[in-house]
Design a protein around this ligand. Sequence first.
Ligand code: F6P
Length: 310
Amino acid sequence: MNACIAAVVRRSEVRGLKSVGILRGFEGLVGGSAMQLDAHSVSGIAGRGGTILETSRDGSLKARLEVGALGRMFAAVGIDALIVLGGGGSISAARGISDAGLPVIAVPCTIDNDIAGTDYTIGFDSACNRVIAAANDIADTAESLGGRIFLIETLGGESGHIAISSAYAIGADAVLVPEIKPDLPVLCGRLKAEMDAGKTYVVIVVAEGAGPAPNLIEPIAELVGRRVRVTALGHAQRGGPPTYWDRKMARAFGERAVDLLIDGECDAMTALAGGVLTETPMSVPVSTKKPLDEKTYELINTGAKLKAGG
Ligand code: F6P
């Protein structure tokens, strides 16, 4: 998020605009809490996780976004247009503001990568890399101890995109996501057969929405007959320095958002589609659910990667 804020501020300056940062997201918008931003104030923030503007998780704020008051706040703080950085909730609130006639551009920022209309949301790559780092560490122990099943619980809210992508990347033996009810006896039957045939250890990535992972310890241990241990990565996935890909996309999206406003767009979300930087009407993320990568889910959970020699 910080890398995107820096890009927006810098691009605005280059294009002759001034930036104001709204503090704590919609809470600041409702309460009129803002700070002036310039190239100096965003210097050095792009490599830090999180957001210098902070955020709020108050679901009731959306209902309290009274558009007339927002218009007055825009005028009072001297804002002509808004760039909203956030996930699904923020983007649907942004759409409400744009419906009321105020120019708004959304930038998809969530580690969950669950926003329709874009292949990518800022934070996803960094979050998946945290899963990879944890899996590498766990593998050291797993190989030494042998015979165990390791559940790695990822974030992702009610979506399984982080879990599936990172499970694929690490070559996990199985992945559990909230969107698909697993056939645990069948899955565990395969894992048991593989362990009985000499497989040293098993890694299962569990999306938080399919968990909590500790609740799966007993059934899996019973079905496979091995010791099951859990590592819940939690908020460690939301912090730390962003990866190369996240910084690059944060800059690209931030600059695009400013350019779109200047070009007169007032109801769009920046997007990545098939590797191309583009934009989509905000109605797309607001009214559509992003499909899950079911092919990869199947590939992982049928053990097909083993047959393919991976
Ligand atoms: O939506 C992003 C996210 O990181 C989810 O993956 C996760 O469920 C949630 O936020 C964690 O935040 P909180 O602690 O506020 O629930």
